[in-house]
Design a protein. Structure first.
Length: 202
């Protein structure tokens, strides 16, 4: 009799193994073989669920996306208007344990669009959803030029993600948040004391 397999569990295990491999070897070290070795499995086992290297990256990003949504909701709980907009920007400029690794996978997927339109579609889905959050919070705040403010904050945060991959020691959360607070003061808050400052992830 065949053994029942929970495909969602297997796919999640593969995603976590992919992230671990990327953390140990860098994004270029992610291969079907390296992920299989990390799990103590054969490559045939991996390809039964995730059939290509490009889809390994897609799978890892989709797995991360679910966690990001939960984390963002918790971070912004109860915040409205300008405070929600500022909170969203601060959330995007924070770095949790695996974020640096995932940003590296993200950058590789963007650079290699021809190899995997699927990966690009996942990335666009995540980034488009986040931009909609920025735009909605900015409009809700009643700020003049809400669309331009949403664009500016969103692009700042996305730029930080790229710089944190390029130069993680130079572009720390602390440095990014210092610049972000200046930007928020100029664009969002007439009185910088209005918004409570959250702790910075180190």
């Amino acid at each position: 009799m065949p053994i029942d397999v929970d495909e969602a569990v297997r796919v999640s295990e593969i995603a976590r193994a992919t992230i671990r491999v990327a953390g140990q070897r860098g994004s270029r070290g992610v291969t079907l073989r390296s992920v299989a070795d990390e799990l103590g499995r054969s490559t045939a086992f991996i390809t039964n669920f995730v059939p290509s290297r490009a889809q390994l990256i897609v799978n890892a990003l989709e797995y991360a996306q679910a966690g990001w949504k939960v984390d963002r909701q918790g971070w912004l709980s109860g915040a409205v208007g300008a405070d929600r907009l500022a909170g969203l920007a601060r959330w995007m400029c924070s770095t949790s344990e695996d974020d640096g690794i995932l940003r590296s996978l993200w950058v590789e997927a963007i650079a290699d669009i021809r190899a995997s339109t699927m990966a690009y579609d996942v990335i666009r889905s995540v980034t488009d959803d986040t931009y909609v959050e920025f735009l909605g919070a900015s409009r809700e705040s009643g700020l003049a030029e809400a669309e331009q403010i949403a664009d500016t904050l969103y692009l700042f945060c996305r730029g930080f993600h790229i710089k944190s991959v390029e130069d993680p020691e130079g572009w720390t959360d602390a440095r990014a948040n210092s610049a972000l607070e200046y930007l928020l003061k100029m664009l969002v808050f007439q009185d910088a004391t209005r918004a409570e400052q959250p702790p910075v992830h180190e």
